[in-house]
Design a protein around this ligand. Structure first.
Ligand SMILES: [Zn+2]
Ligand SMILES: [Zn+2]
Length: 398
């Protein structure tokens, strides 16, 4: 069934990429697409035109990210320029259930000499080559070099853990059954609570795909915990705190209610969670996963919250894989209130998903040039990306 649905999927994606610029540009698409008999393209496009990309939103403009205070430049008029840039290599088509050469598969020996147990669900271990160390020697002090205000450093301690999502080498996180995703959520929550007893910031994340620099296809994520508040959460701490002081409410709770009411950037939603392309998205198909009630950290999620989150993640991650008919690469990570700090009422748990793919399975967005030197820029509007993903969420591939 999946094969017969693909021409439609590709068409929906191409169509929605195009409508934000001009309805008139749609007609050349139609004769080239197979299997479209009876498809009401005018009704589809009309129903999916985001209200706020009409008028000025069709022209270059900037949008502000209230979580960081930073801006992104939007250039929707560029979505039709011809592409002559780099084509990334496609990932291999099939993988074995168990790879004897994989250091994450059950029973295999890792580079450091440790042997993985014969695990059947999730499996967590301390990275054999960690970026952070729990007992960094104080005498090798970065602070020793602080004989100038211009050479500021600080000592840090921490740890890096690896979370195997499944014993199956060939299953991605999106491929897991909902119960498998649910088990990963429990593991994230347990690890966050444990590491939060010792470290100020616990960063749960997954780098998926070779395009994101992930060298091993085995489904896995990482957790880095450290004694310091890193740059990104530090910005969000500042902005969420300022919002609570100014408005007397939680920034991301107000935001999810606003988006649920408007609908144009919502990709999928249930009674406890929403997945949406944020108004200020930088990456083409960036998503924000938000609880619809006040939850500060992953361990604060109830059983029902976790069940609902697993269901939502399963839907949106499978939709990702349908955008370009390829296992979708991304970096996904969770932000929640820091530990070992003062009041954190301003914090709301959320996940960011940043996929690099732009216009096909092999064309990736690069953050270079103006983006490195001035500010991030995108062509595809958040509303158009949300329309593509929302349509793919309601499609079944079974
Ligand atoms: Zn493996
Ligand atoms: Zn965040």
């Amino acid at each position: 069934m999946r094969r017969t649905a693909l021409p439609h999927m590709r068409f929906y994606a191409k169509l929605t990429l195009t409508f934000a610029v001009s309805l008139r540009t749609l007609s050349p698409l139609l004769p080239d697409e197979p299997g479209l008999a009876g498809f009401h393209w005018v009704r589809y496009v009309s129903a999916n035109i985001p209200t706020n990309v009409r008028g000025p939103m069709l022209h270059p403009h900037r949008r502000r990210n209230p979580l960081t205070g930073e801006w992104v430049l939007i250039s929707p008029q560029r979505t039709q320029r011809p592409w002559q840039g780099k084509q990334e290599a496609l990932p291999p088509a099939s993988l074995p259930h168990h790879d004897p050469a994989c250091y994450l598969c059950p029973g295999n020996t890792r580079a450091g000499g440790a042997q993985n147990p014969d695990y059947s669900s999730t499996f967590v271990f301390t990275n054999d080559y960690p970026a952070l160390l729990p007992d960094a020697p104080a005498d090798a002090s970065a602070e020793e070099q602080q004989d100038s205000f211009l050479l500021t450093g600080e000592n840090v301690t921490g740890t890096s853990r690896v979370v195997c999502f499944s014993p199956r080498h060939d299953q991605t996180f999106a491929d897991l059954p909902v119960e498998g995703i649910r088990a990963v959520i429990d593991t994230w929550a347990t690890e966050t609570a444990t590491l939060g007893e010792r470290y100020r910031w616990v960063q749960v994340f997954e780098n998926k795909g070779a395009l994101m620099g992930c060298s091993n296809a085995h489904p896995h994520g990482q957790i880095w915990a450290g004694s310091f508040l890193p740059n990104e959460p530090a910005k969000e701490d500042r902005e969420q705190g300022a919002y609570l002081r100014e408005h007397g409410s939680v920034l991301l709770l107000d935001y999810v209610a606003l988006e649920a009411g408007r609908g144009e950037r919502i990709v999928a939603m249930n009674d406890r969670w929403a997945a949406l392309v944020p108004f200020w998205a930088v990456w083409p198909y960036e998503l924000l996963i938000l609880p619809r009630t006040h939850i500060q950290r992953m361990p604060g999620c109830s059983t029902a919250d976790r069940d609902a989150l697993a269901a939502l993640l399963s839907v949106v991650l499978r939709a990702y894989d349908r955008v370009f008919s390829v296992t979708f690469p991304y970096t996904m990570g969770w932000h929640g209130a820091p530990f070992m700090t003062g009041a954190t009422d301003h914090w709301q748990l959320h996940a960011h998903i940043y996929p690099p793919l732009l216009r096909s399975a092999s064309v990736k967005k690069f953050m270079v040039g103006y983006e490195m030197l001035a500010e991030p820029q995108r062509d595809l509007t958040a509303e158009s990306a949300a329309g593509v993903l929302r349509a793919l969420c309601t499609t079944t591939d079974h």
